[in-house]
Ligand binder design. Structure first.
Ligand SMILES: Cc1cc2nc3c(=O)[nH]c(=O)nc-3n(C[C@H](O)[C@H](O)[C@H](O)COP(=O)(O)OP(=O)(O)OC[C@H]3O[C@@H](n4cnc5c(N)ncnc54)[C@H](O)[C@@H]3O)c2cc1C
Length: 471
């Protein structure tokens, strides 16, 4: 039994079904996918990603890569450039090609290459080691040690130690701001490094037709394996759970608490009750009459665009998002319809953008977000046909995993990553026999990769069925 059909719930279900188990998934929504849902949020003919839009982690995921998802309709769209970062009237580009990126970074080019080239040689082994709970005996100890040395400090510290040019520092800060934490937080260099590495290793692609297509492919593969998903079913307490030998919960630690009730010891319950989340986010989906009029036309080569200007500006904005919405916020945006015409009527475009806000905030960030858009794309507002705003509070109502609008399923600082949801070598296992947590509130944390669900299912298979290897 799996509660929740988000990427981790579906991934857990597929792993169990591949081991030969009969699996049922219960999902609140009438649509599978959780953070992978795509919806018509603005006008007819515009397909918007309600949650995630860009999927380097999914394309590189050790689980997804080995499953035949292409046979179930998944097709990756690769924009020519993984990410762009407008600066003044120009832009810095994060190319798939390491040399091309380095060439655009001037005298910091060699430092960019020295940082990423050694990791790129063994990126698959490295991902196997980091997209699972720590500590484990690493499969690639040397590469992991090389990564770990650079991953432990804050993104701010590492960026200032490695780079001298405003361009390289801005590109690095734009990547670091994905963590939703102040850039001075120890350990934020880890996610920054992974994002940069993936741009060179697999690009930053997205599924043709919208993120939903990845969820649909997982669902179809699960059905082929004999599993089933029941939608429109919310599990609120132990009484809602049909009898099953194992139950995997793709939800928040707070929902897990409700499901375990008095069956869990007080110490475990207290630890879950104090689980820490990061700030929330507020998201805007636009239907546009034409492409975004970027000042530097090369920004249209990338599906992902980081808005926020120079590194000190981004660092200042991200330092206050737990308390307020900054006047000049960091805005993470995506323009998928430039590369996937199925997303909007001919000549029209979808645009996806979010900014970090205090946890649970419903305060309107539209003025601040659109000011940043006008700054780098004058005339943006004139192309808006319709917009849809999603607040942090609405994200939490959509899925309990996004508590307060934290889309990473919990704070992504060092302790938050290592002790997710509690400090134990098998964090998926709960004190109640047969019940496991499998959401992004477990390692390796937020993002679409399905690895939390996969590893939780492997733990359950080993504990309850003595199955050590899944074919
Ligand atoms: C706006 C936004 C932008 C994002 N951008 C990106 C991006 O570009 N790239 C990326 O990799 N990641 C991105 N993410 C993060 C990513 O979506 C999440 O990390 C991921 O969805 C977490 O997966 P999950 O399965 O743990 O939880 P979820 O995706 O939240 O899925 C949990 C599912 O379980 C269901 N559920 C929970 N409790 C119950 C219950 N009691 N009974 C029945 N059903 C239940 C929920 O309805 C939901 O469908 C973004 C997220 C958001 C919201």
């Amino acid at each position: 039994m799996v509660v929740g059909a988000g990427p981790n719930g579906l991934s857990a279900a597929v792993t169990l079904a591949r081991a030969g188990l009969r699996v049922q998934v219960l999902e609140t929504h009438h649509q599978v996918g959780g953070g992978l849902q795509s919806r018509a949020l603005t006008q007819p003919g515009f397909i918007h990603d309600y949650g995630s839009a860009i999927h380097p982690l999914a394309a590189a995921s050790p689980a997804f890569r080995t499953w035949p998802l292409h046979a179930y309709g998944l097709r990756w769209v690769q924009p020519p450039v993984p990410a762009a970062h407008p600066l003044g009237a120009g832009a810095v580009l994060l190319h798939r090609d390491l040399d091309a990126t380095a060439a655009g970074l001037g005298r910091d080019g060699p430092a960019w290459k020295r940082l990423l080239e050694p990791l790129l040689h063994d990126w698959e082994g490295l991902l196997d080691d980091i997209l699972r709970p720590l500590p484990r005996v690493p499969r690639r100890p040397l590469t992991l040690a090389r990564f770990g040395l650079r991953a432990l400090p804050s993104a701010d510290l590492l960026g200032r130690a490695l780079f001298r040019t405003p361009e390289a520092r801005a590109l690095w800060a734009g990547l670091a701001a994905h963590t939703a934490l102040p850039l001075t937080t120890p350990g934020t260099a880890a996610q920054t490094l992974v994002l940069a590495l993936l741009a060179h290793a697999v690009g930053w692609p997205f599924p043709a037709g919208g993120a939903q297509r990845l969820a649909d492919a997982l669902h179809a593969y699960l059905t082929w394996l004999g599993g089933e998903v029941l939608t429109g079913v919310t599990v609120r307490g132990p009484a809602d759970l049909p009898p099953a030998r194992v139950t995997l919960v793709d939800s928040s630690p707070h929902v897990l608490l409700d499901l375990l009730g008095e069956r869990a010891p007080a110490r475990y319950r207290a630890a879950l009750a104090h689980y820490r989340y990061g700030p929330g986010l507020q998201k805007f989906d636009y239907a546009l009459s034409g492409p975004v009029p970027w000042q530097d036309e090369r920004v249209a080569l990338a599906a992902t665009v980081h808005l926020g200007g120079h590194a000190p500006e981004i660092a200042a904005a991200e330092a206050v998002t737990t308390r307020c919405i900054p006047a000049r916020p960091y805005v993470l945006s995506a323009q998928p319809s430039l590369f996937d015409p199925s997303r909007a009527p001919a000549g029209h475009h979808t645009f996806w953008a979010y900014t970090h806000v205090p946890s649970g905030s419903a305060e309107d960030a539209q003025a601040q977000v659109e000011r940043q858009l006008e700054r780098f794309a004058p005339g943006f507002g004139a192309r808006v046909l319709a917009r849809h705003r999603t607040t942090a509070r609405q994200l939490e109502s959509f899925s309990p995993v996004f508590h307060g609008g934290d889309v990473n399923g919990g704070a992504g600082d060092l302790w938050g990553l290592l002790a997710r949801p509690v400090p134990t070598p098998t964090p998926y296992r709960t004190p109640v026999r047969g019940v496991y947590l499998c959401s992004s509130a477990t390692p390796p944390g937020g993002g679409i990769h399905g690895m939390a669900g996969h590893h939780a299912a492997l733990a359950a298979l080993k504990d309850e069925f003595g199955i050590q290897e899944v074919p």
